[in-house]
Design a protein around this ligand. Structure first.
Ligand code: FAD
Ligand code: FES
Length: 349
């Protein structure tokens, strides 16, 4: 099938196999189509059908609430039945050279392990080596469950054969029920999954040469771990500061504190890591167990606001986690005069 996509700046032409979602077909041919979640909720991939016919895999997708016209559709949910012509309201460029081009690949859950009562550490071995940047995510699909889910990589490497994730249980969620319903999550080990990626622009490269601010809610810490691993590996915090705010409800919801402590020890005083507990203060024993980490109470964006005052110059912010936490953090940063191009986020919508 031939897809003609008219953007504000120019037309793009690409092919799509039957049942291929138009968004994934374009991205896998290095065309920078607009998207955020890649999975039907944000509405960013909205396009308008000019000619031809499409199939919609998820007619109830929440992202449809942004539609203004009967011919609007979500490129991440729709495939072409034959040749189609569509238009999007934004500028669309080809990928810059060196950007990792996403592809559909297959994988198998290698191991899973509970990190807290509702967060799992999960490794997936993949059939084809994947290049990705620190801070990116993939879409995952499990046979028998409709649609893809975004999961952010904890590890960072080129030519990766294995991807590491932290996944939080969403009560009532379909994939969550599949992953967490058994008393032994490792019963999913060996299960086959489909992936599409890498995706996302909340990426870190040492060449940005800016101070880093990371604000993560819960499993939003995943991509931050990749960013910190890359920065630590390149001795980035010898020159630039890093401030990490990790928000969880209470200490029973916290994880990776040992890894964060080790990174703090490795990188020195320019890296500052604070755990913000929204349901109450850390005990003296908890603080003594993690002497290199700081603790505060309250929502994570408010902890960041308190501790970052006057320190927003020359900064790139990375935000990830539940939508309300990311939205509140974006508002706080804009009010603090951080420019929108220095605010990168993934909303776990
Ligand atoms: C960019 C991004 C990165 C993310 N990274 C992480 C992470 O690192 N760790 C983590 O725990 N969570 C992450 N999430 C959230 C995660 O993708 C899931 O939303 C969450 O795990 C709950 O999935 P669920 O199936 O249990 O819930 P559900 O409510 O059943 O589904 C959640 C999502 O699945 C998709 N979906 C549901 N039904 C359909 C359908 N019928 N057809 C098509 N699609 C459907 C939709 O996108 C929906 O929002 C991320 C989300 C995004 C957008
Ligand atoms: S990218 Fe399609 S709805 Fe978010």
């Amino acid at each position: 099938m031939k897809i003609q996509l008219n953007a504000r700046n120019r037309a793009h032409h690409f092919d799509a196999a039957p049942a291929d979602k138009i968004l994934y077909a374009g991205l896998s041919q290095a065309i920078g189509l607009p998207y955020e979640c890649g999975s039907g909720t944000c509405g960013t991939c909205k396009a308008r059908l000019l000619s031809g016919e499409i199939d919609d895999a998820w007619p109830d997708a929440p992202g449809r609430k942004y539609f203004k016209h009967a011919d609007d559709f979500l490129m991440c949910q729709c495939s072409a039945r034959g040749d189609v012509s569509v238009e999007v309201a934004s500028f669309v460029e080809d990928f810059d050279p060196g950007v990792c081009v996403p592809a559909a690949i297959k994988g198998r859950i290698r191991s899973s392990q509970m990190l807290t009562h509702d967060v799992i550490d999960l490794h997936i071995d993949i059939d084809t080596p994947m290049d990705f940047d620190a801070g990116q995510f993939v879409l995952i699909r499990v046979p028998g469950i409709a649609g893809y889910r975004g999961w952010s990589m904890v590890n960072y490497e080129r030519g990766a054969r294995s991807l590491q994730f932290v996944v939080k249980n969403k009560p009532g969620g379909k994939l969550s029920e599949w992953l967490f319903s058994s008393s032994a999550p490792e019963s999913r080990d060996g299960a086959e999954v489909e992936l599409f990626g890498p995706l996302g622009s909340a990426t870190f490269y040492p060449s940005i040469a800016k101070n880093i601010l990371c604000i993560a809610g819960g499993s939003g810490i995943a991509g931050m771990m990749a960013i910190l691993a890359r920065a630590a590996g390149e001795n980035y915090f010898a020159e630039h500061s890093g401030n990490v705010f990790f928000g969880v409800r209470s200490m029973k919801d916290a994880f990776y504190l040992d890894v964060l402590s080790r990174l703090r020890a490795q990188c020195g005083d320019k890296l500052h890591v604070m755990v913000a507990l929204s349901d109450g203060a850390a005990s003296a024993a908890d603080q003594a167990a993690y002497p290199l980490l700081a603790f505060d109470t309250g929502f994570v964006h408010l902890a960041a606001e308190r501790h970052m005052q006057g320190r927003y110059q020359g900064l790139r912010a990375y935000l990830a986690g539940p939508t309300p936490a990311v939205d509140a953090s974006v508002r706080m940063l804009l009010m603090s005069r951080v420019s929108s191009d220095n605010i990168r986020y993934d909303k776990f919508s």
